[in-house]
Design a protein around this ligand. Sequence first.
Ligand code: ADP
Ligand code: MG
Length: 267
Amino acid sequence: MLSVQGIQKIYSTTGGGGVEAVRDLTFDLRKGEFACLVGPSGSGKTTLLKVISGLMGATKGQVVLDGKVVDGPPRNMALVFQEYGRSLYPWMRVAENVELPLKVAGVGKDERKARVAEALEAVGLAHVPKSYPWQLSGGMQQRVAIARAVAYQPEVLLMDEPFAAVDAQTRADLEDLVRSVWAKLGLTVLFVTHDIDESVYLGERVIILSSSPTVILEDLAIDLPVERDQLETRSDPRFVELRHHVYEQIQKAKTYTGDTGTVRTVA
Ligand code: ADP
Ligand code: MG
């Protein structure tokens, strides 16, 4: 469904030269798959999502969605950012924020109302359609952002560290919310996080990135039951094992030296 082929991104800098954020990334997502991309801070995760979503061009390589090369934001894709505060319009009510992309896409009024109501219901915000974002807690604002993405009914949902700024309890709730929306709607999800536990808890697959200039260190299948539970799953010995493995890889990732093409481990 989504094919990321040999992506390299070098940001040009004012002093000439450039910053090589991503070196060479290749992977495919199957339709309906839930994949997590985990890597240290600064490893180019946001850069990659911007390239995949067509917001920014790559230096080398290409992204192919449904057999078509991505050269601008694809219609059947939605992106949820980390900074929900900045992604919602403060002068629009909750329902209006959720409705906006549907209007832009030319969806008819009745259909829009129905989809907005359904999405708000799905994220547990059916009671606040007329509130303004700034009247809501951080976790609720992030739910609005998720509702907006869901109402749009994308085939591919990209999420960039969407829960980094909410408290632990809210985060757990939002994790389960995203899994249930995924299961219900059959979306293809690429979820970016620097949190190892979160990547293993959420993903059917975890793609582990090195630090910048970035390559893929491992593409790991998460063989946990589809039905996840915050207490049961996290205390499952297999979860602990997988988490441990990803942690070790990330430690290596931090000391990966892109120049020699080898992975150094610290003594
Ligand atoms: P992550 O999301 O994994 O934390 P980013 O994609 O934000 O990583 O950044 C990867 C690297 O690219 C970092 O070294 C960052 O400083 C650099 N970078 C990001 N955006 C720009 C930009 N617009 N111009 C120059 N360098 C950038
Ligand atoms: Mg980022």
